[in-house]
Ligand binder design. Structure first.
Ligand SMILES: Cc1cc2nc3c(=O)[nH]c(=O)nc-3n(C[C@H](O)[C@H](O)[C@H](O)COP(=O)(O)O)c2cc1C
Length: 252
């Protein structure tokens, strides 16, 4: 398992070969062994294989080609719908129309998505997450027929790789590890932590291509801009509200 974890790299080009049913089922079953809040399993996963549906998903995911290529697309959702139905059938009144419940269910869904990703890689398959699942969650709700109290939080594509990229660099462990208490960062430490990444050949190429002075500017000015982040935040909050997680009576 350690080898599987350390050799992870996102795959963005796929062969058309389908995933044998037995293998896919084994992968999906591995997902449900993830820890979840109170063992409530507050998530659902929608597996899409049909080409017509994947074409619609491709549009939603900013037309990233891997969505059309990979034979399997999975949308992971924070889901209180099933749990609420069970409660009401058993004479129990659910109180989950609030932000904490959304976040709790989102945590469950994300733990499952990562279990599934690792299980897929263990079986020799490639995966790639699609951040666009939160950007265009409203469209996913329509396409996948998601009821109230169900909100997409992540999506992955899965299939047999048609490329062989190397693993991507990581910041040194010290960048993310704090012993006993959080120690904040001096300028010198920030320089040290980002030094290798900033001096790589890949960064040099990116700076030229994007005509930027620093790698950080590529993130703030091109990839994850304030304008986009604010636009998609408003949109996603509206989805969370519409799906019944921010009921006014629960905010008082
Ligand atoms: C939540 C999330 C959303 C992502 N969205 C996209 C995406 O839309 N398109 C893409 O090509 N890669 C996407 N990725 C993949 C990341 O770019 C990738 O994990 C990161 O660059 C590290 O590379 P690695 O996975 O190869 O180690 C996403 C990853 C995560 C965790």
């Amino acid at each position: 398992m350690r080898n599987t974890i350390l050799s992870h790299r996102s795959i963005r080009k796929y062969k058309p070969d389908s995933i044998p049913e037995k293998i896919l089922e084994d992968i999906l079953r591995s997902g449900i062994y993830a820890s979840t809040t109170g063992n409530m399993q507050l998530y659902s996963m929608v597996v899409s294989k049909e080409v017509e549906i994947r074409k619609l998903l491709w549009e939603v995911h900013f037309k990233q080609d891997m969505v059309l290529q990979a034979p399997v697309h999975i949308t992971f959702c924070a889901d209180f719908n099933r749990f609420n139905l069970w409660c009401r059938l058993r004479n129990a009144e659910p109180g989950y129309g609030n932000f904490l419940s959304f976040f709790t269910a989102a945590i469950d869904a994300l733990l499952v998505s990562q279990n599934i990703s690792l299980a897929a890689e263990y079986h020799g398959l490639g995966i790639c997450y699609l951040g666009t699942a939160t950007y265009n969650a409203d469209r996913l709700i329509e396409i996948l027929n998601l009821p109230r109290q169900v909100v997409p939080v992540a999506a992955i594509v899965m299939g047999y790789s048609d490329e062989n990229p190397g693993t991507t660099d990581r910041l040194p462990l010290e960048a993310v590890l704090h012993k006993e208490k959080y120690r904040n960062f001096t300028d010198e430490l920030i320089d040290e932590i980002y030094r290798l990444r900033e001096s790589s050949e890949q960064t040099k190429q990116l700076l030229e291509l994007n005509k930027k002075e620093t790698l950080a500017q590529i993130f703030t000015d091109n990839r994850y801009t304030k304008k986009d982040n604010e636009f998609f935040s408003t949109k996603y909050l509206e989805v969370i509200r519409k799906q019944g997680f921010l009921e006014p009576e629960n905010l008082t």
